[in-house]
Design a protein around this ligand. Structure first.
Ligand code: ARG
Length: 288
């Protein structure tokens, strides 16, 4: 007699864990300079709309049980809303950002000052150019890192040393996807979604070898900033325009939570750009 095993319910395997995030309300958001192909100072920004979208994102994250710490924005720093760029925080250690462009340089010390008031075991300013979680994605036993537009391999070496975690360098080749978090999203410690064409052939090979089960996004997903999402292991907060990606996430047992950040897109950012995670350390080789 052959028993037919029930097909596994993928949703049952996904587990959300409560996260702690950093966000900065877009009170001073505007587009007054161009440092990525999405930014056009001639396109007017509807700040009340940006504020409303941001408020909804914050409320959504909180309604799923997550904690959001809010950093006050500063006048004259219109991109400060993109808190993902403020640094990298893992297991109580924080490395605050050093920005590639002069226009954002003052955000480094502003965020560093905010971090210095937190209960952190260690805090240092990056000495290499480093735009935080824009280019560094913590994935449990390793950190995935973008190189090519905003940071260099020496920044990867600094992060590897500071956090004592292996950094996997991935070359970005399409200026529209100038930060890693526009082209790749960590869903849980074993699962990622990414848009292959944003990476060099060598980086595509590395990703295919490390994550053979990855969700592969299409160009529309990537252009909709769908990969610029935030996952708690089960719920994935992302742009509603990423229709193929949303269906693929559902199929794999994740629960997509659409959040429209179209006004912030004028600055070249989406959901993830507005959110830095203060990660607890999740690798299994000791560590806080
Ligand atoms: N205007 C900002 C810049 O070009 C957008 C940053 C988006 N942040 C991100 N994590 N991708 O620097």
């Amino acid at each position: 007699m052959t028993a037919i095993a029930p097909s596994p319910d993928p949703a049952a395997a996904r587990v959300a864990t409560p996260r702690r995030y950093v966000m900065c309300r877009p009170e001073h958001f505007t587009v007054s300079y161009t440092i990525n192909p999405w930014m056009d100072p001639k396109t007017p920004v509807d700040r009340p709309r940006a504020l409303a979208q941001w408020d909804i994102l914050r409320a959504k994250l909180e309604s799923y049980g997550h904690t959001v710490d809010v950093v006050p924005g500063e006048p004259g720093l219109p991109d400060m809303v993109f808190a993902a760029n403020s640094g990298v925080v893992i297991g109580g250690r924080a490395l605050s950002a050093r920005f590639a462009h002069e226009e954002r340089a003052a955000e480094g010390p502003a965020y560093h000052h905010w971090f210095s008031g937190r209960d952190l075991a260690d805090l240092a300013p990056a000495s290499e150019t480093n735009e935080g979680e824009g280019d560094f994605a913590y994935a449990g036993s390793r950190i995935l890192a973008g190189v090519g537009f905003r940071c260099s391999l020496s920044a990867h070496a600094e992060v590897e040393q500071y956090f004592g975690l292996p950094v996997v360098s991935l070359e970005l080749v399409d200026p529209r996807f100038y930060h890693l978090d526009t082209a790749l999203m960590v869903l849980d410690d074993d699962t990622i979604a990414y848009y292959p064409a944003a990476f060099s052939p060598a980086a595509q090979d590395v990703l295919a070898a490390l994550y053979p089960d990855a969700i592969v996004a299409d160009e529309n997903d990537a252009l909709s900033f769908g990969l610029n999402g935030v996952s708690d292991g089960q719920h994935v907060f992302l742009d509603p325009g990423a229709t193929h990606l949303i269906a693929a996430l559902r199929e794999r047992g994740f629960q997509p939570v659409p959040v429209d950040m179209s006004e912030l897109r004028k600055g070249g950012g989406g959901v993830k750009c507005c959110v830095l995670e203060q990660h607890s350390r999740r690798d299994r080789v000791g560590g806080a």
